[in-house]
Design a protein. Structure first.
Length: 274
């Protein structure tokens, strides 16, 4: 049994190293001169070429911090929108009784199977008519309308796991739906809310397609679009700077996952998605 456990853990370590190798290679490449990135073997570093980070930070028309700030604004708006709208929609589906509730819930679930690219053109036409193109509004406002059905479903599953006796006791004390939701259920939904916040952060921070469609001014670029513009501006002669800024853009995601991992696992385990 001991030999079997050693072999299993050795295999897991090797698989983990294989999966981490691209990331490790990018970190090492960000510290190499451009002429050695594709010629130097393996992950061995002779000297630290930190100039890639300073050059990459100022390579575009704006300092790279501007694009980090743009992404932070979009991410913050998306997180607040999803937490507010999806929790309210989930409470409606899980606790309120009204005609057509099951039908509406089924339609909401059906949108999970609808490819995003199907609605790109109608959405763009709508936002263009509203004059929202080249602003952050198309990336933020829909989040306040509970458009992310996955998070609504996740919170519905969590609320259904909470005993209805809590609601009944609150009703006997004269509480209405606003008080039941805000003072009783919402504090108990912290794991589901944290899971929603973490997933929203990661997906919005890495979203390239939506930002590419709606943001045309370089001053409004988010991080993924800025990295693509970085390639256009610098070509193949400054891969080190590109990799350096890619590492910088990964740090917020890593920190968010590091500090939110505990809530993420609790939220998934308590919503029936395990």
């Amino acid at each position: 049994m001991r030999t079997k456990a050693i072999l299993k853990h050795t295999a897991l370590i090797l698989v983990a190293l294989v999966m981490l190798y691209p990331l490790l290679w990018m970190i090492v490449s960000s510290l190499r001169p451009d002429d050695l990135i594709f010629r130097a073997p393996g992950l061995w570093l002779r000297d630290l070429h930190v100039a890639n980070y300073t050059d990459g930070w100022n390579a575009l028309s704006q300092p790279f911090g501007r694009y980090l700030l743009n992404s932070a604004v979009v991410v913050l708006g998306a997180i607040i929108g999803n937490l507010v709208s999806c929790s309210l929609a989930a409470y409606s589906f899980a606790r309120l009784e009204y005609r057509g509730r099951r039908i509406f819930f089924g339609i909401m679930l059906a949108t999970l199977m609808l490819p995003f690219h199907v609605v790109v053109v109608p959405q763009y036409v709508l936002f263009s008519e509203l004059g929202w193109t080249n602003t952050f509004l198309p990336l933020i406002v829909p989040k306040f309308l509970a458009t992310d059905a996955f998070f609504v479903f996740l919170m519905v599953q969590f609320i259904r796991g909470l005993p209805r006796e809590l609601d009944e006791a609150a009703v006997m004390d004269g509480a209405g739906h606003v008080r039941i939701f805000g003072q009783i259920l919402l504090p108990l939904m912290v794991p589901a809310l944290a899971t929603t916040a973490i997933f929203t952060f990661i997906w919005t921070w890495n979203d390239f397609f939506s930002a590419l469609i709606y943001l045309t001014s370089p001053d409004l670029y988010t991080v993924p679009v800025a990295l693509r513009a970085f390639i256009d501006a610098q070509g193949s002669s400054s891969w080190g700077s590109l990799f350096a800024m890619s590492i910088v853009s990964l740090l917020p995601v890593f920190v968010a996952f590091l500090f939110g991992q505990r809530y993420l696992l609790r939220g998934i385990a308590t919503t029936g998605l395990k």
